[in-house]
Design a protein around this ligand. Sequence first.
Ligand SMILES: NC(=O)C1=CN([C@@H]2O[C@H](COP(=O)(O)OP(=O)(O)OC[C@H]3O[C@@H](n4cnc5c(N)ncnc54)[C@H](OP(=O)(O)O)[C@@H]3O)[C@@H](O)[C@H]2O)C=CC1
Ligand SMILES: O=C(CO)COP(=O)(O)O
Length: 332
Amino acid sequence: MANITVLGAGAWGTAFGQVLADAGNNVTMWAIEPEIVKAIQTEHRNPVRLPSVEKLPDTMTATGDRAEAVAHADVVVVAIAAQVARKALEEFNGLLPDEALVVSLMKGIEKDTGKRMDQVVEEALELPANRFLALSGPNLSKQVAAREPAAAVVGCTDIDNARAFAKMCTTDYFKAFITVDVIGLELCGSLKNVVALAVGMSHGAGYGENTAAMIETRGLTEIKEVGTEAGALPETFYGLAGVGDLIATCGSPLSRNYTFGYNLGKGMSVEDATKASNGVAEGVATASAVVALGERYRVDTPLAKAVTRVLNDGISFDQMIAEMFPKDITVE
Ligand SMILES: NC(=O)C1=CN([C@@H]2O[C@H](COP(=O)(O)OP(=O)(O)OC[C@H]3O[C@@H](n4cnc5c(N)ncnc54)[C@H](OP(=O)(O)O)[C@@H]3O)[C@@H](O)[C@H]2O)C=CC1
Ligand SMILES: O=C(CO)COP(=O)(O)O
C-alpha cells in the first residue's frame, strides 16, 4: 500500500483517485478550491467536478494545504489543467519527498512555450526524468468513476518505475500497461483532443459517421507524423493511448473536447462554448501549439491549422474541411 497524493480534484483527478483507493492505496486529494476539499473531507463527495459519484472511498481524504498534502507521499499524481500546471506546480517545488515519483494525467501542450507536460512538470518541480511518469489512455472520467472496465498506459524512461506504478493503479476494473515512450504518451493524449474538437464540430454541423471517420483517420496520421518527428515510437499511436483514446474521445458526448467542438459546429461562439463547458477542453489551447510543433519539426498539420482557423477566425465547419483537404490529389 502506498501513500498517493493527487494534485487537482477535477473530474479525472477525482475518478483516478478513486481507482488508486480501490487498488488499496491511501489517497490524499489536494484541491485549490476550499469547497471541494471540504466536500471530500466531510461528505466523501465531489459535487462540483464529479457529481455522478455518490460516495468516494473511505481511504480518500483531502486537504488544501500544499506541504501537508505531499509530506508523506510515495507518489504525487498531477491532474491540473495543462495551461496552469506550471504555475500551480512551482508552488510545490521543494515540498516533495526526495524519492517521490510524479505521475501526470494531463493531456495538453503549454501554449506559450510549446512544451509537453513531461517538460513542464520536470522544470516546475526540478524533477529528474526517471521520476516522471505519464498515464494516458481511453479514460472518460465518468465511466472510470462508475468502475466500468478500462485500461491505460503508464510511461517512464525507467521501466521499473512504470511497472511499480502500474501495479499501484491496477484494480479488477482498471488495467495498466507500461512503456518507455513518454513522448508518445504525451503527444497522443494532447493531440487527440484537437481531433476530438474537429469531430465534435462535424456532428454539430449535422454530418454523420463518414465525416467523423475521415477526420479521425487523417487526424491519427497527423498525430503520428508530428509525434514520430518529435521522438515518439510509431507503435504508441496504434495502442490504447493513440487510436484507443481517439475512439473514446471522438465518439462520446462525455468528452469535453468533443462537446466543445459540437457546440462550435452548431454555431456557438468560442466564448459561449467555453462558458458551456463542464471542465477544461484542453484541445482549444493545444491546437495552436500543435501547429507550432509541426512548424518546428517540418511536418504539415492541416487538421490542427484548420481547427485554429475555426477557433481564432470563426470560419465554418465546411470551410474548415475545404482548408483541410485541398483540391490536389495526394497519396494517402
Ligand atoms: N476528464 C477526463 O475524462 C480526463 C481528463 N484528462 C486530463 O486530465 C487533466 C485534468 O482533467 P480534469 O480533472 O478532467 O479537468 P477539470 O476541468 O475537471 O479540472 C481541472 C483541474 O485543474 C485544477 N486547476 C485549475 N486551475 C488551477 C490552478 N490555478 N491551480 C491549481 N489547480 C487548478 C482544477 O481545480 P478546481 O477544481 O479546484 O478549480 C481542477 O482540479 C486535463 O489535462 C485532462 O485533459 C485525462 C484523462 C481523462
Ligand atoms: O481524455 C479523455 C478521455 O480519455 C477525456 O477527454 P476530454 O478532456 O475531452 O473530456
